[in-house]
Design a protein around this ligand. Structure first.
Ligand code: ATP
Length: 364
């Protein structure tokens, strides 16, 4: 009989109720996470949220104080790093300065599994994969930052590890190299099918490469979801504020259900339907969802006010508006700015579509 092929795949990596304390300071509170085979998962969050601590726990560099970690069904919680099956790339390239590119990549290819000829072939293959075949004889100091990070990547992948760990691998590089290399890492990861966990504090980077993003804050997981899920349906005010540049304002739930009042303005808000009359809420709206109109052609129900700032960012203009007493940020195509008559200090009207308002019960 054939095994059931439609059974859900077993997770490759499981983090179960993992906690980490440094003295009395709690860096991780009972974190749970499953990563599927071949998945690219990113830990995203502000400085100090615990993402590096979690990655180090997964690598065995600093085991958790509670909980378990399983890789390929095996409990690895307290297994020393040397006995684990992973490759890792750090922010600072961490190459051996006195070894050539070839020697750096070959470093882990020792022992009976790697006879000389096979190791040499594997190094050539890896240098080809990361596009450094013509740099093989150079030393790290003779390479650019991006090239050094490619060497580190080749070295991390040399042993064909089951798990690739990336600790802010791109943050020391300049913007253009960073964007280029992150796409290379993603396509390489997909080609090899290696399960990958990356730490970053750069949301654009996380959105660009991940199958799923783990958004963290203060030692807790706030949300796990695809880039679209964390952007379109943030699970908490923290996620709504951290991902994307949103307008944010306080409001109170009004009646009938589906309305809120902010600064004396009544706004239809689909997401408020299930909330109790009188509840205090925090409302977010993404810049691309704020619809601007000429003040002299404001549709019924629009908020009117003034443009406070206009930033030209190339593909879009970011227009800061104070409308109906609310601070709003709108993204507008540059070619529409003229027709809107938008200029700093000028009058403008804004419509906030009911189904675009993200509504969260206020804290406390
Ligand atoms: P960053 O982006 O700044 O690296 P992070 O999210 O990776 O931040 P961690 O490095 O995981 O954060 O640190 C989480 C918290 O744990 C921080 O408040 C940090 O000060 C604390 N911490 C980390 N390592 C230690 C340690 N060895 N001893 C004491 N506290 C630590």
């Amino acid at each position: 009989a054939r095994p059931a092929s439609n059974a859900a795949a077993a997770p490759y990596l499981e983090v179960i109720e993992v906690g980490k304390q440094f003295g009395t300071f709690v860096a991780l509170h009972r974190v749970n996470l499953s990563v599927q085979p071949g998945e690219f998962v990113t830990f995203l969050g502000p400085s100090g949220c615990g993402k590096t601590t979690l990655l180090r726990g997964i690598a065995g560099l600093d085991p958790p104080t509670s909980g378990r970690i399983r890789q390929a069904g095996r409990d690895i919680t307290f297994l020393p790093p040397a006995e684990r099956d992973f490759g890792i790339v750090f922010q600072s390239y961490a190459l051996f300065p006195n070894l050539s590119v070839t020697q750096n990549v070959a470093y882990g290819l020792r022992g009976p599994a790697w006879p000389k000829a096979r190791a040499r072939q594997r190094v050539a293959e890896l240098l080809d994969i990361v596009g450094l075949s013509d740099q093989a004889a150079k030393y790290p100091a003779q390479l650019s930052g991006g090239q050094q990070q490619r060497v580190a990547l080749a070295r991390a992948l040399a042993n064909e590890p089951g798990l690739l760990l990336l600790d802010e691998p791109l943050s020391a590089l300049d913007a253009i190299v960073r964007q280029h290399l992150r796409q290379e890492i993603r396509s390489l990861q997909q080609r090899l099918g290696v399960t990958t966990v990356m730490v970053t504090h750069d949301q654009e980077e996380a959105m660009g490469v991940s199958d799923r993003i783990v958004v963290m804050a203060r030692g807790r997981i706030e949300q796990i979801g695809t880039p679209a899920e964390v952007y379109d349906a943030p699970a908490s005010p923290f996620v709504a504020a951290f991902i994307g540049h949103s307008s944010r304002f306080e409001a109170v739930v009004d009646s009938p259900p589906g309305f809120v009042v902010a600064r004396g303005h009544r706004l239809a808000a689909t997401a408020a339907r299930s909330l109790l009359y009188g509840a205090r809420v925090t409302v977010f709206i993404r810049p691309e969802h704020v619809l601007l109109h000429r003040a002299d052609a404001a549709p019924p129900g629009a908020l009117t006010g003034r443009v406070t700032a206009l930033e030209y960012l190339g593909a879009v203009c970011r227009v800061s508006v104070e409308a109906g007493g609310l601070p709003l940020l709108a993204a507008v195509a540059p070619q529409e700015i003229g027709a809107l008559g938008a200029m700093p200090g000028g009058e403008i009207a804004a419509v906030l579509p009911a189904d675009r308002l993200l509504v969260f019960p206020a804290d406390e």
